[in-house]
Design a protein around this ligand. Structure first.
Ligand SMILES: *Cc1c(COP(=O)(O)O)cnc(C)c1O
Length: 374
């Protein structure tokens, strides 16, 4: 297996404008967070999803930390979120002092099972963190309805959803606060980065303060609260602005790749492929996930190893929050079971899905998979 033939799980496409914008930053000397591209990225992301305010930060995880802190949850509070997600979601809640309360996944969509949300609400529940998984949104209307009925806030984690829509409205425009990540495998990248979006002026102000160490207005270097240095640099934002200009094209590429994988894997009875569409959205295929069916006599780790032998890069699915050693050691989630999340974590992985993937690489990856699962 030569180096050249390895198909990486993600290879980004860098917009042709990126170099020009970055040169501009270097030549003008605007390289820190005090630069015009940061404002531009914030304004353009907000406009794109129909929000009033955008606050760029250093990562999607930072965006979640700030969003949870801005909503002022703390010890004694509970926040409902899916068991099957990235650790950043639960970590933000745990760091705030509140308790994460988990719901299992839906077996078909891999998103949080919205039928479990209401039964997890107690007098201590303050909000719901909705996380769209792998390219298909959560069915938001029922969740927003439950939140309104119980007076809960909603954070929409749209980190994997740039350009996606729910019932014709942009993802990232729902709930009280939404976040995106700009990591290189996301549809818009800044290398590392993220953004928080809201329509609430006072929440926006709190987010701005929290991302910038909570410097006080009256006397710099006097602080009434603890924040973080989670600022995004102008260099990162310049890349982000260039990538955002091509978002529609990037979405079209992902959808084309997703459809092609679906066609090529039609005969592979041993795997469950992503839901292509529901009545509220069409899959954007942020990544092309697969779950090995019960009839397949091996798990994801074995499948991934066999694919690697054929030069195909893959990545495992998320590992459920209630099975995280770090949280178990804190005494969280004792005795909890979330069977769907547990199963898809062990039997799920995703195929090469980067924007730079060629048709030939995609066909080779699909062929290697059909060879091992039939
Ligand atoms: C990528 C991702 C994040 C975290 O973003 P980083 O920029 O990697 O910190 C948060 N939530 C979801 C759903 C993600 O996919």
């Amino acid at each position: 297996m030569s180096e050249r033939r390895w198909i990486p799980v993600n290879e980004p496409l860098i917009s042709s404008r990126a170099g020009q914008y970055l040169q501009e930053c270097l030549q003008s000397g605007w390289i820190s967070s005090e630069g015009p591209y940061v404002d531009r990225l914030e304004a353009e992301m907000a406009k794109r999803v129909g929000r009033s305010y955008g606050m760029a930060v250093s990562s999607g995880s930072a965006a979640l930390d700030v969003a949870v802190a801005a909503l002022q949850v703390g010890p004694g509070d509970e926040v409902i979120l899916p068991a099957f997600t990235i650790i950043s979601c639960a970590a933000a809640v745990v760091r705030s002092g509140a308790v994460p309360v988990l719901v299992d996944s839906d077996a078909a969509t891999w998103n949080m099972d919205i039928d479990q949300v209401e039964e997890r609400i107690t007098e201590r529940t303050k909000g719901i963190m909705v996380v769209h998984i792998y390219g298909l949104p959560v069915d938001l209307d029922p969740v927003l309805e439950i939140a309104a009925k119980h007076g809960l806030w909603v954070i929409e984690d749209a980190a994997e959803m740039h350009g996606q829509e729910y019932r014709g409205r942009p993802c990232g425009g729902f709930g009280d606060v939404s976040v995106f990540s700009f990591y290189p495998n996301k549809l818009v990248t800044t290398g590392e980065g993220g953004i928080i979006l809201t329509d609430d002026a006072s929440l926006a102000e709190r987010c701005r303060s929290l991302r910038n160490l909570c410097f006080s207005a009256e006397r710099r270097f006097v602080h009434y609260e603890l924040g973080w240095n989670y600022r995004m640099s102008n260099l990162q934002a310049a890349l982000g602005v260039a990538q955002l200009e091509e978002l529609d094209e990037f979405v079209a590429i992902k959808r084309r790749m997703g459809r092609r994988y679906q066609e090529l894997l039609e005969g592979a009875g041993g795997v469950q492929t992503p839901v292509a569409r529901t009545d509220y959205a069409e899959n954007i295929y942020w990544v092309f996930g697969l779950v090995l069916r019960e009839t397949t006599p091996f798990d994801a780790a074995v499948a991934m190893e066999r694919l690697a032998e054929q030069g195909v890069g893959t990545r495992p699915f998320f590992w459920p929050m209630h099975e995280q050693p770090v949280f178990r050691r804190m005494g969280l989630f004792q005795g909890e079971r979330h069977p769907v999340a547990e199963r898809i974590a062990r039997r799920g992985f995703y195929l090469p899905s980067g924007l730079a993937l060629t048709d030939e690489q995609l066909a080779k990856a699909a062929g290697a998979l059909t060879g091992i699962v039939r």
